[in-house]
Each structure stands twice: as structure tokens, then as C-alpha cells.
Design a binder for this molecule. Structure first.
Ligand SMILES: Nc1ncnc2c1ncn2[C@@H]1O[C@H](COP(=O)(O)OP(=O)(O)O)[C@@H](O)[C@H]1O
Ligand SMILES: [Mg+2]
Length: 392
């Protein structure tokens, strides 16, 4: 995920220092200074403070003109460094919210933005009482991602069990809202929105809501919804105090309008930036680096899509993989940009709980929405992962 930023930064003529895990440090190209942080390996990857340790160390030793976070656990570390050095960035406030869904809910509620009603768990009895006449509810951790730990709960007994089983976690309980899911990706500078895109999503649905497809450059049929979504994005940028950089806002379109799922000031996952690059024919990585460096970003010439990109993630039932097929045919399809499988015959696939358990990906770029749909349909029929129930 970091590589295209690295390429953009070097292409723009900047000297680059990266903070990296031991595991990935070997992948960093020559000429780039790598700062390893002890413990930032497989186990420490999701510990925000370890990334901050690296960020502070680079900032103390070198003349730093800009700092860029791309993955979720980098956000806070980059923000404290940027704040301390007075460098451009999303803001310390927005970055703190980005890593904490309870703070987001509190901030957005106070600003009158549309979102599900919520309860910060501090005592199981109170949480159950709150949820009793709001079922079904969604239980989620303050600070995770990729749908990890997000769980739909339909009755109070189950809620009690879930809360008891997850007593060591800091949790939110929210009313479950219904409606199709979308995200809004935007670039902002000093709190002003410079660019925005809507992505339509498909998920596995309840109880785990893992994302399975994205279509970029989405347009809503009715102008009222189009306006409501723009106002939502503006409201979130204002309320969260987002200054400069990339914004990823997720929402559902309910019967009464959009409702915020969450906002993050970082690179959206699932190849969304690659979908934007194809849809608007620009380099979003370059724009992000330019913004982080206080430069004017090179943004798309027109606000509308010029191509129709999508990502699809095959999933398979839990069990042992007995066969995979269709990858070569899918790769040979003229509208498929990239495709790969993450599983091979013999792998044991656990029940799907988070995005990183999906079986692969296919990226599509089509000249029209119709051809995009047709290609999605074709690859879904072609690319198959067959599993047999795993032995006990
Ligand atoms: N209050 C809610 N009502 C309905 N669905 C929800 C709610 N909260 C989360 N979800 C579903 O769970 C998914 C993951 O939740 P989210 O808050 O975005 O966590 P993560 O950071 O893991 O992506 C959402 O995209 C949505 O499908
Ligand atoms: Mg999410």
C-alpha cells in the first residue's frame, strides 16, 4: 500500500524516509532511508504508538517537511509528529477521531450529523438496558478496522453473552440501521473539499458485514440524495476538523437519508485509490503526497467519472480448499486490470469475520457502467474457490 506513495514522492523529487516493520523493511527500494522500530513486526503492527516512536525518531534526526500516514495504525503517529512540527495533515483532532469510533459518535451527535444512535459500553447492565428497545444492535470495538469485531446482535441474552465474552475490549453498541452502503473519498486542503468520489459497496450482510465489491464514480439518481451526501461529507469534514489530506467516509443510505458508519483520515483499503485512479484518470497517491508536502495537488480535470472501475473479492464457505479455478481466464479478460487469489488448495478457510480472510481480488476497469456490470458478472462466474467442510 505504501509503494505508490513512495514512487510518487520520489517522482516529485523528495527525499523519503520510511518507518517500517522488520518484516517489510527488505521490500523498501534502494535510496530510501528505512527506520526500523523494535517490536513493529507482526505483533506490533496494529500498535499506533510504535509507529509514533518511529515517526518521532525520524523527525528528531532529519529535516522533515511533510509526513504521510496511509494505513490505519499510522494515523495517530503521523498526526502527533505533524502537529508537533506544524506540518500539513488531517489535524490531531481528526486523526484521534479516525482511530476512535466512540469519539466520532460523540462529536457527530453534538454536531447534529445523521448517524445511528449509540451507547458507549461502561457496564453491561446499562448497555443491555439501552439496547433492549433498540434491537437489533451492532457491537463494535472503538478502534479496529476491516469489520473485525463488528457483530450484529438480535436479542438481549445474546448481547449479554457477547459483552461478557468481550469484557476486555472497549465497545460501542449502536442501533443497526438498514440501507445500501457507500463510501465517500475526498481530498481536502485546510478544511476545504477539493475532490470527492462516491463508491457503492456490496457486503456479505449480517451478521459480519464484510465488504465484497466496490464500484467507484457512483452517481445517485435523484438530486436530493446527491445533495444530502455532499452535505454529509461537508458536515463531517467540518465537525471532525479535518484539515489537509485524504478522507474516507462510510455511510448507509437509509429510508430517511444517509447515516454515518465511520470516517477515517487515511488511505481507504480494498484498492479504492486504484479504482479512483482509473475512474478519474489521475494519480491519487501523488495528490496525497503533494498535500502532505504543502504543495498544490494535481487533481482530475473533470469532476465526473471518465471510466468505470470496480473491485470484487471472492469469498468461499469455511473448510479446506479443494479446488480453485478460473484465475487465468479472469486475468485474460480485457476489462480486468489485476486479479489474484489469496488461498490455494489445501488451505483451511475459517468462517468469514473480516476483510483479510477474503479469498482474493479482481480489479476491473470498463468504459461504461453496463460493461462493468457484465464484467463483474463474468468474473463471478469464472473465478471459483471450492471448499470441503474441514475435519473436526
Ligand atoms: N450501526 C450500524 N448499522 C448497520 N450496519 C453497521 C453499523 N455499524 C457497522 N455496520 C456494518 O459493519 C461494517 C463495519 O463497521 P465499521 O464501523 O465500518 O467498522 P470497520 O472499521 O471495521 O470497518 C459497516 O461497513 C456496516 O456494514
Ligand atoms: Mg468501516
Amino acid at each position: 500500500m505504501g509503494r505508490p506513495y513512495l514512487e510518487a514522492a520520489r517522482d516529485l523529487g523528495f527525499e523519503v524516509h520510511v518507518v517500517e516493520t522488520e518484516v517489510w523493511a527488505g521490500e523498501v527500494p534502494e535510496g530510501v532511508r528505512v527506520h526500523r522500530v523494535a517490536g513493529l513486526g507482526q505483533d506490533g503492527w496494529a500498535v499506533d504508538e510504535l509507529w509514533a516512536v518511529g515517526g518521532y525518531a525520524v523527525a528528531a534526526g532529519e529535516g522533515v517537511d511533510g509526513v504521510l500516514a496511509f494505513s490505519e495504525p499510522h494515523v495517530l503517529g503521523a498526526a502527533v509528529v505533524a502537529d508537533r512540527l506544524g506540518l500539513p495533515g488531517p489535524s490531531l483532532h481528526a486523526s484521534t477521531l479516525s482511530r476512535n469510533k466512540a469519539l466520532q459518535r460523540g462529536c457527530f451527535a453534538a454536531n447534529g450529523l445523521p448517524q445511528p444512535s449509540f451507547h458507549v459500553v461502561a457496564g453491561h447492565d446499562r448497555a443491555v438496558e439501552w439496547a433492549a428497545d433498540r434491537l437489533p444492535v451492532v457491537v463494535k470495538p472503538f478502534s479496529s478496522f476491516g469489520s473485525t469485531g463488528v457483530q450484529l446482535v438480535s436479542d438481549v441474552d445474546e448481547l449479554r453473552e457477547v459483552l461478557a465474552a468481550r469484557r476486555t475490549e472497549r465497545l460501542l453498541v449502536e442501533q443497526a440501521v438498514e440501507g445500501p452502503e457507500f463510501s465517500w473519498e475526498g481530498f481536502t486542503r485546510d478544511g476545504e473539499i477539493l475532490f470527492g468520489n462516491v463508491t457503492a459497496k456490496e457486503t456479505t450482510g449480517p451478521p459480519r458485514f464484510v465488504e465484497v465489491a466496490h464500484r467507484a464514480g457512483h452517481r445517485f439518481d435523484d438530486p436530493a440524495t446527491e445533495r444530502a451526501v455532499r452535505e454529509l461529507a461537508e458536515g463531517v469534514v467540518r465537525a471532525a476538523g479535518i484539515r489537509t489530506g485524504l478522507v474516507h467516509l462510510e455511510f448507509r443510505l437509509t429510508a430517511s437519508g444517509p447515516a454515518i458508519m465511520e470516517v477515517a483520515v487515511r488511505t481507504p483499503g480494498d484498492f479504492l485509490l486504484d479504482l479512483l485512479a482509473a475512474t478519474y484518470r489521475f494519480d491519487p497517491y501523488r495528490a496525497a503526497v503533494q498535500l502532505a508536502m504543502g504543495e498544490t495537488p494535481d487533481l482530475p480535470a473533470s469532476a465526473g467519472p471518465v471510466s468505470y472501475a470496480a473491485a470484487w473479492f471472492p469469498i468461499c464457505p469455511p473448510g479446506t480448499v479443494v479446488e480453485t479455478s478460473g484465475l487465468d481466464e479472469v486475468r485474460a479478460h480485457p476489462m480486468v486490470v489485476r486479479a489474484d487469489l489469496a488461498v490455494k488448495v489445501g488451505d483451511v478457510v475459517a468462517p468469514l469475520r473480516s476483510s483479510d480472510q477474503r479469498a482474493g481480488y479482481v480489479l476491473i476497469d470498463a468504459p461504461s457502467p453496463e460493461e462493468r456490470e457484465q464484467t463483474l458478472k463474468t468474473v463471478r462466474e469464472l473465478l471459483l474457490v471450492t471448499t470441503a467442510p474441514a475435519e473436526a
